[in-house]
Design a protein around this ligand. Structure first.
Ligand SMILES: C[S@@+](CC[C@H](N)C(=O)[O-])C[C@H]1O[C@@H](n2cnc3c(N)ncnc32)[C@H](O)[C@@H]1O
Length: 317
């Protein structure tokens, strides 16, 4: 995939940084991780499957192939947990924990067209949205995702697709990208609250955007009645690394302070058990949103904080 990335990159605004990104990615794949032989064997298995055409058949990213369902299920289950999706590969429905199509539905109508654009998907997971960005016509849709398993998931799905595809995922963090104006549209979805330094994250997003480029920022927020922001003392909805939950006004002021303009709040949605659910593709730990909320009051998390609600802001550099 890295070779293909390099080849495709040469015809885009990423050509000057392509070698650097490929080298960093090679290093990231070379870590000593005991799971890699299992993940690699999943990749080797699926590479024997007849590839098919990619399309979006909501809720599924679909690959039209006559693959053997039980063999494919066995191989792809080696890559659990599947948080992001869902995917349909031939007759196999890979129902991930999240219904990504529901988020895409809230985002897609507010964007400048992605056709012909150089697009970055920060913290892209296994690339569900990165595929959608490329299906929407991006010249190149680059996802960056430091968690190696999700890179293996992306590659497994990618190797099942027949035609050349303009979506790529590299095992990198945003902060490893050169601070240069490279992208026309940048997505940071579900990433800001995982950052210890939210201002730095916004600055790093700004740094990789071309002049007048568009940012799509999706993140957890709280209602103003709970104050300007909440800094969870310990966990939030059982997640360990949630640093800060701003109100939408506070988030707007962070974006202003970072220098973004034309800031628009386009959506606020509470996360429901329809969007985040336990499925048999998430492995042994079958807990999902229902287990993260107060059983007596689903407006509160199990820790007594406001239940997850997400906002989407769109703005320009
Ligand atoms: C909650 S998931 C969101 C996935 C997807 N974007 C979505 O909206 O569903 C957050 C992802 O961001 C990744 N991540 C966290 N910090 C990052 C950083 N500094 N650069 C790139 N990715 C990061 C995590 O590994 C994780 O997979």
């Amino acid at each position: 995939m890295l070779k293909e990335f390099k080849k495709h990159c040469d015809s885009t605004s990423l050509s000057a940084v392509c070698t650097q990104l490929t080298e960093l990615s090679n290093q990231a794949f070379c870590v000593n991780n005991g799971n890699i032989p299992k993940w690699q064997s999943a990749l080797d298995d699926v590479q024997n499957t007849q590839p098919g055409k990619l399309s979006f058949k909501p809720p599924y990213i679909a690959i039209d192939t006559k693959a053997d369902v039980s063999g494919l299920t066995r191989s792809l289950k080696k890559l659990m947990p599947w948080r992001k999706g869902p995917y349909q590969i031939g007759a196999l429905q890979l129902n991930s924990e999240w219904r990504g199509d529901m988020k895409w539905d809230r985002v897609k109508n507010h964007l400048r067209p992605l056709n012909g654009k150089t697009v970055l998907d920060v913290g892209c997971g296994n690339g569900y949205f990165t595929y959608l960005m490329s299906l929407a016509g991006a010249k190149i849709a680059l996802g960056v995702e430091p968690f190696l398993l999700f890179n293996y998931q992306f590659q497994a799905i990618r190797s099942l697709i027949k035609e050349p595809i303009k979506a790529f995922v590299l095992p990198l963090k945003l902060e490893q990208l050169p601070a240069q104006p490279l992208f026309d549209t940048v997505f940071s979805m579900g990433v800001l609250y995982h950052q210890k330094d939210h201002k730095l994250h916004l600055q790093q997003l700004m740094d990789v955007m071309k002049n007048d480029a568009e940012l799509v920022l999706e993140t957890l927020i709280i209602d103003q009645q709970h104050g300007d922001q909440i800094i969870p003392e310990d966990r939030y909805a059982r997640m360990r690394n949630v640093w800060r939950l701003p109100s939408t006004n506070t988030l707007q002021s962070w974006l202003e302070a970072a220098g973004f303009k034309h800031i628009k709040l386009v959506d606020v949605t509470k996360t429901t058990p329809e969007e985040q659910r336990a499925t048999h593709w998430i492995g042994d730990n079958t807990q999902s949103i229902k287990d993260f909320l107060d059983p007596e009051n689903n407006n509160l998390t199990i820790e007594g904080l406001p239940a997850p609600k997400r906002a989407i802001f769109i703005c320009q550099k």
